[in-house]
Design a binder for this molecule. Structure first.
Ligand code: 5GP
Length: 191
């Protein structure tokens, strides 16, 4: 998605440890008009997949998921992060290691909001090592729902998550795939 790549080139900042900061339009301040274009593009790519539920993870996926859901005309469920192990029978639960914070948390979804009739699209801002999408896919599987695929805004293709998940059969659509990036050399896209 050219518009997005231009924006990343212009406003993205590369930090040590392979972190791309896009706080001025995606992760802190949010450019809702751009989110609209992102949502429209996800809808185009997953058209005719009969998506009836979008699943994301708090916090930074929520805004993108909500705007995207307007194009699918379906509800959004976000997996809640919890520091304590949750073994309640009322929730699905998966462990997720955070790339940016380096900690591990349980992510939870109430059984009320995900079930066997659902055709689920995962939405997130970034794909790096794949832990977040893996955790969300586990929740979908626990619910007996159908996983249609995952839409991510930015895939850091130099990290292993995308390749590993695709090899396991997950359909992933990334709107911008970063091939390489450095503090000095800027950002290069894969395609
Ligand atoms: P993964 O679970 O695939 O390793 O990482 C994806 C999650 O970590 C996303 O939900 C995103 O919030 C966060 N993340 C990973 N890499 C970056 C990055 O370079 N910049 C930002 N802002 N978030 C990232």
């Amino acid at each position: 998605m050219e518009l997005l790549k231009e924006r990343i080139r212009r406003d993205g900042r590369v930090y040590p440890g392979g972190v791309l900061k896009v706080d001025s339009f995606l992760n802190h301040q949010m450019d809702v008009k751009l989110f609209g274009e992102i949502g429209r593009e996800f809808q185009r790519r997953f058209a005719r997949c009969d998506v009836n539920r979008i699943l994301t993870i708090e916090a930074s996926g929520i805004g993108i998921a909500c705007i995207t859901a307007q194009f699918f005309d379906c509800p959004v469920v976000f997996a809640k992060k919890s520091r304590t192990r949750n073994i309640s029978p009322d929730v699905y639960c998966a462990r997720v290691e955070s790339f940016t914070h380096g900690n591990v948390s349980d992510v939870l979804v109430s059984r009320e909001f995900l079930g066997p009739r659902d055709r689920v699209l995962l939405i997130d801002d970034f794909l790096a090592n794949g832990a977040a999408l893996r955790g969300l896919a586990s929740l979908v599987s626990q619910a007996g729902a159908e996983l249609v695929g995952a839409g991510v805004v930015i895939e850091k293709a130099f990290q292993p998550g995308g390749d590993a998940l695709r090899a396991q059969g997950m359909r992933i659509e990334a709107l911008a795939r970063v091939k390489s990036m450095s503090e000095a050399g800027g950002i290069e896209f894969a395609d």
